[in-house]
Design a protein around this ligand. Structure first.
Ligand code: NAD
Length: 360
């Protein structure tokens, strides 16, 4: 196969982990006889510095032209106090909108070698294998009206959570399909005891369930879900939820996996101009300014995102499995970065990337 990939390394450790992810992508393609054409684009703080915009039009053009996009992370502390519309993170929302991705898949697995890295008791996290499906294109992050108005004691901040039936149905369908290929259990997360958007969400989830009689559907309130994820994570297979709930709960998933640096993600949605399915792949973590530029970042979330890309965008299941096995082998050998608290000296970002290539 010929793979046309756009990379958007972004800011901070995004650059460091993307470099290793690309190295692994090239290694796995060489091993299985595929060719890769890589193009690099600008997103986030670096794009603001070079073009004045967090997502320049050229980046949108490149993303629509590629078969799939591999992203690092965006965000620079120097922009912490500027309005949201001028921050690097605006680029993130921009690329997601441009590509029309609406489902963000965040697999959370507990690796045997990492069980001691989780702050939770071993018997609780052992065997965890779940996927959080987060709606990505709607909800409170995009709803209007929004803004800050008035002044003094009456100054008011406003955001709006809104969902249409079709937005809910398409992400639920994606989650049902994933569950069908796994352990056939879907948990729909909402806050239907308080929010009207959640009441509609629950109703639509039940309607879509009729198309998937082989998948068991359960509903759970988001606050209870936050508790169950740490009390009994093994009870979950696939979870589906709106944008902000998914944003928050997927970071809780990082605790189960041992480090946020371990978590890959895949954002999928409609079709590209070429007719291929859209795919945007990135680690769950941010640009980690506290460790940026120190060759300390864990690249395994970014490398796992390459595995997700091979599987979801190209249907290369053997190749994806080879990358995941190589990650597991490196963990078993204790070749890990400092965040995973190795017994010996931690490896650098680059050494872990090299170790995954060797394991491949
Ligand atoms: P973060 O994920 O960057 O970091 C949180 C903590 O986890 C830090 O202590 C960091 O050192 C650690 N960490 C993160 N990734 C790691 C890795 N691969 N290896 C080892 N340790 C790792 O979250 P934050 O500190 O809340 O945000 C920093 C910046 O990143 C902000 O500007 C934020 O807006 C942005 N951000 C971007 C994305 C994205 O691009 N998708 C996601 C989240 C946050």
């Amino acid at each position: 196969m010929h793979l046309k990939i756009l990379t958007l390394p972004g800011d901070g450790i995004g650059v460091e982990v993307t470099r290793e992810a690309v190295r692994v992508l090239e290694a796995v393609c060489a091993k299985f006889g595929h060719t890769v054409k890589l193009t690099e684009g600008l997103l986030g703080g670096i794009a603001i510095h070079k073009t004045g915009e967090p997502m320049p039009p050229e980046t949108a053009r490149l993303a629509l032209d590629a078969d799939a996009t591999l992203m690092g992370a965006v965000g620079l502390p120097e922009f912490d106090n500027v309005p949201p519309s001028q921050r690097p993170e605006k680029g993130l929302l921009g690329i997601r909108k441009t590509l029309g991705v609406f489902a963000n898949l965040r697999p959370v697995r507990t690796y045997k070698a990492l069980i001691d890295s989780s702050p939770l008791k071993n018997h609780l996290v052992e065997g965890t294998d779940l996927i959080i499906v987060r709606e990505l294109n709607g909800g409170i992050y995009y709803g209007t009206p929004r803004g800050i108005s008035g002044e003094g004691a009456d100054e008011r901040g406003t955001n709006t959570m809104t969902y249409t039936r079709s937005e809910i149905a398409r992400v639920c369908r994606t989650a049902f399909n994933l569950a069908r290929a796994r352990r056939k259990k879907l948990t729909s997360v909402d806050k239907s005891n308080v929010l009207e958007t959640s009441q509609l969400w629950r109703r639509v989830a039940v309607e879509v369930a009729a198309e998937f009689p082989d998948v068991e559907l359960e509903h759970i309130l988001v606050d209870n879900c936050a508790m169950q994820l740490v009390l009994n994570p093994r009870r979950f297979d696939v979870l589906v939820m709106e944008n902000m709930f998914g944003d928050i709960l997927s970071d809780e998933g990082a605790v189960l996996a041992g480090s946020i640096g371990m978590l890959p993600s895949a954002s999928i949605g409609g079709k590209l101009p070429s007719g291929a399915w859209v795919g945007l792949y990135e680690p769950v973590h941010g640009s980690a300014p506290d460790i940026a530029g120190q060759n300390k970042a864990n690249p395994l979330g970014a490398i796992g995102s390459v595995a997700a890309m091979l599987e979801y965008s190209f249907g290369l299941l053997k190749e994806a499995a080879a990358v995941n096995h190589a990650i597991e082998a490196v963990l078993d050998q204790g070749k890990v970065t400092a965040d995973l608290k190795p017994k010996g000296k931690p490896l650098t970002t680059e050494q872990v990337g090299q170790a995954v290539c060797e394991a491949l």
